[in-house]
Structures are given as structure tokens and as C-alpha cells.
Unconditional design. Structure first.
Length: 255
């Protein structure tokens, strides 16, 4: 079967640092209006365009070091965060489930796939031999509850960071958020901005049955819209069709 995911190999190389170096990122609440080269003064760490003036010993590099090594350092990672809030009930969740099942069938076997929800504790860790489990978990999904995008995004960034540590920063890291509403636990944009600026994680947001969203910020997010199953599948294919180049190590200065 021809793959629907023709992404070229990714070669993002990052130096390694202390395992604690990235923890502060998950408590960020940065100013949404800041540009990439500005410091986020409200963050629990300070982002700088040039960290050379940081006090010695405060420069950190993502991802943190670990002794665990992934079998394939160049694996591409696709972690889906699916909005399962009450507003997604009925036709919307049915369309999303259908699209995600097709993604599981067509994603090349060598790529890692994972799944998180906004309201369910159940999750599928990133892996290659989990397509049947992915389909089964999607099949049992129902929509109810709020829209805690901030907490779910934190969980997703942690999962990606753990995987990146095992891949020594190599490979590709695509975080794909599918949602139809605004966050109910605070805006996740500050965390998203910090993750994009300081890691190799690329954030893609699909506004499902909505034209605009609080995460529609082109400085940090690849934002698309979809209103049915076919459009959602195309949005996933667009993520996989992106090309990437070498990237410099991501550094930040912790307070």
C-alpha cells in the first residue's frame, strides 16, 4: 500500500545536558505578544535569542540526557492530542475517530505513533508496534468533560521530551492537537511557544469545526482547519509532508 506519509528523513541534532534542564519549561506562562527574539519575562526561566551572556553553568540544552537509547535514533514521532470534551460529542468525535483510524493504517511502520486525550487517563505511548492498540483505544473513545488543553499539552511535551532523550535529540517530533474549542484550564500558548523555541518539537493544531483558535499563532504553530473526516486526514498528511533542515542546539537560561 502506498504510504500517505511521504515525509523525508529528519536530521535534527542536539547536544545533551542535565536531565533536570527541561523541567522548568512545563511551568511557563509567557507573554503571548512577545516575538521569538524577546525574553519572556513572565516565564519561570528566561528565553534569550543569544544565551552567551548567561551566567556560567546556567545554559541548558534540550533534551536531557538519559542512559536509555532508542532502537532507531532517527525515528519520526507523531503524538496526537485528541479533544474528547463534551462539545466533540456526536458527529465530531465520530469523524475524528474515523480519520485517526486511517492514520494508524497508513503511517509507515517505522514511525512512532502515540495518543493522548484531554479527559481520559488512558493513553498510548509512542511506539511502532501499537497500531492495533491505537485503533482499539480510538474505538472506545467517547466525548464528555471540559477542554483542559494546558494540562494535556504539558503531558504531551513531557512524553516527547522523554522520547527525544532516548533518541539523543535526533529524529522528528510532531505534536498534533485536534480540538474544537478554547482551553478551560488556561491558555497553552505560552507553553507551546517555549517548546517550539527551545526544543525540536513542532506543534500542529487542527481547529476541528472551528475557523479560529487561541493557538492560531503562526510564529509557533502550524494551524489548519478541518470540518469533516477527509479534511482532517488531509491535515495529518500535510503535517507528514513537511520537510525539515538541520537545527542548532536549543538553549535556555534557567532562573
Amino acid at each position: 500500500m502506498r504510504s500517505h506519509f511521504p515525509m523525508k528523513p529528519i536530521y535534527k541534532k542536539f547536544a545533551l545536558a542535565s536531565a533536570a534542564s527541561f523541567a522548568a519549561l512545563l511551568h511557563t506562562s509567557c507573554d503571548n505578544s512577545s516575538s521569538k527574539k524577546e525574553a519572556y519575562s513572565e516565564a519561570t526561566f528566561e528565553l534569550r535569542s543569544d544565551a552567551s551572556d548567561s551566567p556560567q553553568g546556567s545554559r541548558k540544552v534540550w533534551p536531557p540526557a538519559t542512559d536509555t537509547v532508542a532502537p532507531n535514533l532517527m525515528t519520526e514521532n507523531y503524538l496526537v492530542v485528541l479533544d474528547d470534551s463534551g462539545s466533540m460529542s456526536g458527529r465530531r468525535i465520530a469523524q475524528a475517530k474515523e480519520a485517526l483510524k486511517k492514520i494508524a493504517r497508513t503511517l509507515p511502520a517505522e514511525h512512532n505513533l502515540g495518543l493522548l486525550f484531554l479527559n481520559r487517563d488512558s493513553e498510548l505511548k509512542l511506539g511502532t508496534e501499537n497500531r492495533d492498540a491505537f485503533t482499539q483505544l480510538i474505538s472506545t473513545t467517547h466525548a464528555s468533560g471540559g477542554t483542559p488543553l494546558l494540562a494535556s499539552t504539558k503531558r504531551a511535551v513531557l512524553a516527547m521530551t522523554k522520547q527525544a532523550s532516548q533518541q539523543k535529540g535526533l529524529g522528528a517530533y510532531h505534536l498534533i492537537i485536534v480540538t474544537d474549542g478554547e482551553s478551560s484550564d488556561g491558555s497553552p500558548l505560552g507553553l507551546v511557544a517555549s517548546a517550539v523555541l527551545q526544543t525540536a518539537i513542532q506543534v500542529h493544531v487542527v481547529g476541528f469545526h472551528v475557523d479560529d483558535h487561541e493557538l492560531n499563532d503562526t510564529r509557533f504553530v502550524d494551524y489548519q482547519t478541518a470540518s469533516n473526516t477527509d479534511e482532517l486526514i488531509k491535515a495529518f498528511e500535510a503535517v507528514a509532508a513537511e520537510t525539515n533542515t538541520f537545527s542548532d542546539p536549543k538553549e535556555f537560561s534557567a532562573h
